[in-house]
Design a binder for this molecule. Structure first.
Ligand code: TMP
Length: 210
């Protein structure tokens, strides 16, 4: 496995998708072999699972079911898409990965970080991002940005309290992590957020060449 795995993380509406598009353009323009993908989803099976998780009719879904479905989507993603790409030496850039499950299901849903980590350890077989970019922005602002535009999916429809728990959960998790996670000030304009991301991406790509 000699590819590089990069994950984008952060609360709902923190601008990950917008910056993802710009990162994709950057990688294309620089002739870097990559795949861009997302969670939950990324494969046909994963996208079907995503549909079940986010369907606003599934309001009665147990938190445990939700956690297992995210892990199931992730497992298929690793097996079918991420690992093969890394084995071919590609850069894999993925919107959300295990940290989302730890923050949303482990902390905000109250399932416990250790419990959620252990079902995910089973799913991901030791594959972890070389670099995680955490988009740091207060959920009150992010919710305004997102739910203001449209009704939102089942998770987006959770109240401000839930999204605050997610944000505080991320912050808590970051304390226990090392250099592999870089905090991006996502309150800045798009150009500046993009530049912060590219700075860290170039560093990790340089490391690959060395
Ligand atoms: P997205 O809107 O970023 O595509 O993600 C869909 C929702 O799923 C978002 O509200 C975050 C949530 N989520 C989790 O709760 N746990 C996870 O493991 C992942 C990947 C996403």
């Amino acid at each position: 496995m000699n590819g590089i795995f990069i994950a984008l993380e952060g609360p709902d509406g923190s601008g990950k998708s917008t910056i993802m598009k710009k990162i994709v353009e950057y990688l294309e323009a620089n002739g870097i072999e990559f795949i861009g993908t997302r969670e939950p989803g990324g494969t046909k099976i994963g996208e079907n699972i995503r549909g079940i998780i986010l369907d606003e009719e599934n309001k009665h879904m147990a938190a445990e079911t939700e956690a297992l479905l995210y892990a199931a989507s992730r497992s298929q993603h690793i097996y079918e898409k991420i690992l093969p790409a890394l084995n071919r030496g590609k850069v894999v850039i993925c919107e959300r990965f295990i940290l989302s499950s730890l923050a949303y299901q482990g902390i905000a849903r109250g399932l416990g970080v250790d419990q959620v980590r252990s079902i995910n350890d089973f799913a991901i077989k030791g594959i972890r991002p070389h670099l995680t970019l955490f988009f740091d922005v207060d959920p009150e602002k992010t919710l305004e940005r997102k739910v203001g535009k449209k009704r939102g999916d089942r998770l987006e429809q959770e109240g401000v309290d839930f999204h605050k728990k997610v944000y505080n959960g991320y912050k808590e998790l970051l304390k226990g992590y090392t250099d592999a996670i870089k905090v991006i000030d996502a309150t800045q304009d798009i150009g500046s957020v993009f530049n912060q991301c590219i700075y860290h991406i170039e560093n990790v790509l340089k490391y690959k060449e060395d």
